[in-house]
Unconditional design. Structure first.
Length: 373
């Protein structure tokens, strides 16, 4: 029996692919699973061909440094797919690389399932005909993606957001604070500087400066820094407590948050955490992005909402004192700003579908694998 080949490009893809692989092991235990991924996939029984930690980069300029590694990996995957041992390719996000893998699979007559599809609604709409040509089945995690892809000839299905699978047993705020050793009577500010080393390098200092500005205005505020499992932050570089790999616990414990734009803003919607969004990147990358990105917001929570429910401070607009001014009303339990934010976040959560995305995708894989093997 030919194998199912997973390809992810960063830690979040590894997490989601690992969940799918766990379910797939129960649905179709005879399938052989291989892939490019990380620890979550390995623990779920996927034989790793390459560790994802060597791949995760972001930005037009930053990607250039990693071209040789990506080219060598693509050559290895081409050889594997063309050997006839692969019966199905499952791609997660990472479109710059994964669409090249899809081209290899399509040329070899191997079906492709794309889970967490390219964000063509933000930029890269010219990719839509290419996606329609290369992708056998698309599993979308945002509510508006299915109709957009179907309009352009892609067999797409909205499966719900995988965050909801992780959020089925969230702690109460009191439980989360007790778990983190926080004072239950004082407000808490959660700071999330990013899940990649380059993001943390750019965000940590200005995010700390904003948190300190909050504390100057309200000395009773407790600050906790959420650290992604893929990065490390030295206590010498951060004056606040560091909590590794427990984003939902930190968000449930917090009164308000300062978050890097991205999936963690949707986590905040699920957790019910009012927040402000910050983002800084390479100036050249930002200049290019301003030309190609076609949407008014960068925070995913605002993209799903269709309006700015969480204020965004991007690039030169990230002034720590101004960010602090936006955070302070969110730390007030009875403020109108906090009430509006909570209502908007609740509406976003409702749009993310229902739990079970991993199971739905696993069922798609099992079906395609049965057809092709």
């Amino acid at each position: 029996m030919r194998e199912v080949l997973f390809v992810v490009g960063e830690a979040s893809g590894d997490l989601h692919a690992g969940k799918v692989a766990e379910v797939l092991r129960e649905l179709a235990p005879s399938l052989t699973l291989t892939g490019v991924g990380g620890g979550h996939m390995a623990r779920a029984g996927v034989a790793l061909l390459e560790d994802v930690q060597h791949l995760a980069v972001m930005g037009f300029v930053e990607v250039l440094q990693h071209v040789p590694r990506h080219w060598l990996l693509l050559r290895r995957l081409r050889e594997r797919i063309e050997s006839g041992r692969v019966g199905l390719v499952v791609l997660l996000d990472y479109p710059g690389f994964n669409l090249k893998v899809a081209e290899v699979a399509q040329a070899a007559g191997v079906p492709v399932l794309y889970y967490i599809t390219p964000q063509v609604w933000a930029w890269g709409a010219k990719r839509l005909p290419r996606i329609a040509r290369l992708v056998t089945k698309a599993a979308c995690i945002l509510p508006f993606e299915e109709a957009l892809l179907r309009e352009h000839g892609v067999d797409a299905t909205f499966v719900g957001h995988p965050l909801l699978d992780r959020a089925q047993a969230l702690p109460t705020p009191a439980e989360a604070r007790a778990q983190l050793g926080l004072d239950p009577e004082r407000p808490v500010l959660a700071v999330f500087p990013g899940s990649r080393r380059a993001e943390v390098a750019r965000h940590l200092v200005p995010f700390i400066d904003a948190a300190r500005a909050v504390q100057r205005a309200r000395p009773e505020v407790q600050v906790v820094v959420g650290v992604a499992p893929t990065v490390s932050i030295s206590p010498a570089d951060c004056p606040f407590p560091l909590v590794q790999g427990a984003s939902f616990v930190v968000q449930r414990a917090a009164t308000a948050g300062l978050l890097k734009s991205g999936t963690n803003t949707l986590e905040a919607a699920v957790a019910g955490l009012p927040h402000v969004i910050g983002y800084c990147t390479n100036p050249i990358t930002y200049a290019i992005a301003r030309r190609v990105v076609k949407i008014p917001h960068i925070g995913l929570v605002n993209v799903v909402a269709g309006r700015e429910i969480s204020r965004e401070f991007v690039q030169e607009r990230f002034v720590p004192t101004q960010v602090a001014s936006a955070l302070l009303p969110l730390l007030e339990r009875a403020s109108a700003e906090r009430a509006d934010a909570l209502a908007g976040l609740s509406a976003v959560r409702d749009q993310l579908g229902t739990p079970g995305a991993s199971t739905r995708v696993a069922q798609m894989i099992a079906h395609l694998a049965q057809q092709g093997m």
